[in-house]
Design a protein around this ligand. Structure first.
Ligand SMILES: NC(=O)C1=CN([C@@H]2O[C@H](COP(=O)(O)OP(=O)(O)OC[C@H]3O[C@@H](n4cnc5c(N)ncnc54)[C@H](OP(=O)(O)O)[C@@H]3O)[C@@H](O)[C@H]2O)C=CC1
Ligand SMILES: CC(=O)N[C@@H](CCC(=O)OP(=O)(O)O)C(=O)O
Length: 351
């Protein structure tokens, strides 16, 4: 059995890890940390785990938690991961960080967008950006996996099949994205209050969201460009749903390129052939976030808009599953040589 510990087990992604890992046939949960609930039974923090999870929340004693586990999931706010990663490496353990601290190749980019100093920039080169459909081989050999952000997961999957092929202008993509409120975590946060989020939709962090450099980094790498050549417009919106991301991407087709919707769809189907979790929709079918609710599956709709010379792609995922905890388990399965879909294969809950 793989011994797994979750740091920050009392947040939304932590609870989602517990839900999925507690049913994983090859995993034993051995540690669930929390600051504010340390010492309390986990099932008294989340009563829906009554009689299901027989562990107490433990304080964040790094050495002991790492010593007891084969793999650590870090589900804490950004800026807190470095000591856990350093100790995991020292003890020869695997670590999967759900936050942003190890997603960037360059510390200066992280420091600029997160307004935080990076205490272990030398480790950034060794961390693997864990989007399994694109980096499976690298993940398999990794010691540190940087689990992608929820918006970047949907955005990068949306365009990966057409990057670096001379079909679109990758530099100037426009991404319009919507998220459910669980994307903001369980902490108190005024925009997430029912009275403010219900029956409301608004853009936020327009032109300055911290996922811009992450999306640009990953798209540039696959397109054969430098990240500083990128000028992507990414506009996130908060929507009155609990879970879900819908990212709609607009890409200008390069001058002289002729492509039909059928040809485009065929490219996507070939690129994602054999990918259990990625589904390319038929003509006229556009993804709904509800299809992915509670699941690790991603749904992609594509079209060529001949009138404007643009490709439009719309992708739906669950921010807490494919956008966070499910993808983290997919990465863990790869790290330990297990079938990738173990414990996360179920379809979404519908309606
Ligand atoms: N929500 C989402 O959809 C996604 C989130 N992520 C990332 O995953 C990580 C966790 O997010 P999420 O679960 O939403 O966050 P939550 O706010 O729901 O939970 C955060 C967790 O971290 C713990 N924590 C908070 N502050 C500290 C601290 N100073 N020291 C130690 N532990 C602390 C909390 O523990 P306690 O309060 O019990 O002490 C809690 O268990 C973040 O990095 C987030 O950006 C990534 C993709 C999607
Ligand atoms: C609705 C909402 O607030 N969403 C969060 C994204 C959550 C997330 O996934 O952020 P990381 O993946 O980078 O940790 C935000 O916009 O900051």
């Amino acid at each position: 059995m793989i011994r797994a510990a979750i740091v920050g087990a009392t947040g939304y992604t932590g609870a989602e890890l517990v839900r999925l890992l507690s049913r994983h046939p090859e995993v034993k949960l051995v540690g669930l940390t929390s600051q504010q609930y340390a010492g309390q039974p986990y099932e008294s923090v989340f009563h829906h785990f009554a009689d299901q999870v027989d562990l107490h929340c433990s304080p964040q004693h790094i050495e002991e938690i790492v010593a007891d586990a084969d793999v650590l999931f870090l589900a804490v706010p950004h800026g807190l991961s470095v000591p856990w990663v350093v100790e995991s490496l020292r003890q020869g353990k695997k670590v999967i960080d759900l936050g942003a601290d190890f997603r960037f190749r360059r510390a200066d980019v992280y420091e600029k967008w997160y307004s935080t100093h990076h205490d272990a920039p030398e480790l950034l080169v060794e961390a693997v950006y864990g989007l399994p459909e694109l980096k499976r081989e690298a993940v398999a050999k990794a010691r540190v996996v940087a689990n992608p952000g929820c918006y970047p997961t949907a955005s990068v999957l949306s365009v990966a099949p057409i990057l670096g092929k001379g079909i679109i202008n990758e530099r100037r993509l426009i991404i319009d994205a919507k998220s459910g409120v669980s994307g903001a975590g369980r902490k108190l946060n005024t925009p997430s209050l029912y009275a403010e989020a219900n029956e409301n939709i608004n853009a936020y962090n327009v032109g300055k969201h911290r996922h811009i450099p992450e999306i640009e980094q990953e798209i540039a790498e696959r397109a054969g460009l430098q990240a500083d050549q990128m000028a992507i417009s990414f506009t996130p919106h908060l929507t009155p749903m609990t879970r879900g991301i819908l990212a709609t991407v607009y890409a200008d087709i390069q001058a002289g390129v002729k492509i039909t919707t059928d040809e485009l769809r065929q490219m996507y189907q070939e690129f994602y052939a054999g990918e259990f979790f990625v589904h390319v929709m038929k003509e006229g079918v556009w993804p709904h976030t509800k299809w992915s609710y509670g699941s690790n599956h991603a749904f992609i709709g594509v079209t060529v808009e001949e009138r404007t010379g643009r490709i439009i792609v719309s992708t739906a995922i669950d921010n807490l599953v494919k956008g966070a905890s499910g993808q983290a388990i997919q990465n863990m399965n790869i790290l330990f040589g297990l079938p990738e879909k173990t414990a996360i294969e179920a379809p979404g809950m519908f309606p």
